[in-house]
Design a protein around this ligand. Structure first.
Ligand code: HEM
Length: 320
């Protein structure tokens, strides 16, 4: 299931990890990407939504108007950038969205909630690989008003629903240092209508598992203790989230999309420049961040595995 190395969005630009607003403005503004894992990931997403709907979908009722705007954005974008796979036809308020990849058709009256069985955000999210988080912009702050979250990196939608931007980030160690999260907040507030910004976030997951909800931590968290130098290549996966922030022009809320990619170490070691930079980031990671990301359990084992391709690297680290 893992990503091909050629398409993998390698997130590191420096040899040491620090929180950074590495966002870049996208031209044209995009909020989603369709790739060759589309069918596989949509199948998993929909199974999660059917079996664990509350865990994967939450909304506050006042978000409905903005949800319709998100649905319009997503269906337009799919049809515009992948016209061979998706089509959108409009006859007044009667819309027909065709998804040829999944051989499906959605017919509905735009902004008539009675014409669809799901909420608009829930429907839109079933046609894209991304998780979709809707941040309401009110009273000078951003609040998590709705979300479809099937592939979270160890967080909970039920817990964060309705929370403000800074409270959501409270569990992240050191995020308030140098006013980092305040600056990010101000940056998002300044995003102009119709603009889209993209950044990458990284973590590590054991096994090729996209659905690491906080609610199921007891199932997947214990795998962290099973990593050894010999199995690290197959078990340890670099997890990268390509995150996009899009300011909705009509409602002025912010759509936050998360596209998650996984790359096993056994593939990463075939790319020498990436391997060296990843190694340097892992060996120099602050203890509190290594603990937060769950890496402390197997940091030594994965470093030892990578050193098989980087002889002498640890000593040269000490000499720096
Ligand atoms: C408005 C959209 C955003 C939402 C909804 C959001 C939400 C979250 C959540 C739920 C977490 C996990 C917190 C936990 O452990 O419980 C997180 C982590 C984090 N967020 Fe955000 N975030 C957003 C935008 C951003 C932006 C724009 C930045 C930086 C420019 C950022 C930086 C971070 C960092 C550094 C972490 C720690 C991640 C890690 O080390 O794995 N976030 N965010």
């Amino acid at each position: 299931m893992s990503s091909s190395i050629h398409e993998f969005p390698f997130p590191f630009e420096e040899n040491e990890y620090r929180y950074k607003n590495n966002s870049v403005l996208l031209d044209p503004p995009r909020s989603i990407t369709v790739d060759d894992r589309y069918e596989e990931e949509l199948d998993l997403k929909r199974r999660l939504l059917v079996n664990h709907h509350d865990r994967c979908y939450q909304s506050l009722s006042h978000s409905l108007e903005a949800q319709w705007e998100v649905l319009r954005l997503i269906f337009y974008e799919l049809a515009q950038y992948n016209p061979e796979d998706f089509q959108l036809k409009r006859h007044g308020n009667e819309w027909i969205f065709q998804n040829h990849r999944l051989q499906e058709e959605e017919r509905f009256i735009f902004r008539d909630t009675g014409s669809i069985e799901l909420e608009p955000l829930d429907l839109a999210g079933r046609h894209v690989q991304e998780d979709l988080i809707l941040m309401g912009d009110r009273h000078g702050d951003l609040f998590l008003d709705a979300g479809q979250l099937c592939f979270p990196s160890n967080w909970s939608l039920v817990f964060t629903l309705g929370m403000d931007f800074k409270s959501i980030h409270d569990p992240v160690p050191g995020i308030q240092q140098h006013h980092f999260i305040n600056k990010v907040h101000r940056f998002i507030k300044r995003i102009q209508p119709g603009q889209s910004w993209e950044r990458k976030n990284w973590s590590i997951t054991i096994g090729p598992k996209l659905d690491t909800h906080l609610e199921t931590y007891a199932e997947w968290g214990k795998l962290r203790d099973q990593v050894t130098e010999d199995n690290a290549g197959d078990k340890v996966h670099l997890r990268v989230e390509v995150q996009r922030l899009y300011r909705l022009p009509v409602n002025n809320d912010v759509l936050f999309t998360i596209h998650t990619y996984l790359l096993p170490l056994v593939k990463l070691v075939t790319h020498p420049a990436w391997l060296r930079q990843f190694y340097q980031n892992i060996i120099s990671l602050d203890q509190d961040i290594a603990d937060y990301k769950g890496i402390s359990h197997y940091q030594e084992a994965m470093l030892a595995y990578m050193e098989r391709w980087l002889p002498g690297e640890r000593n040269s680290q000490h000499d720096r």
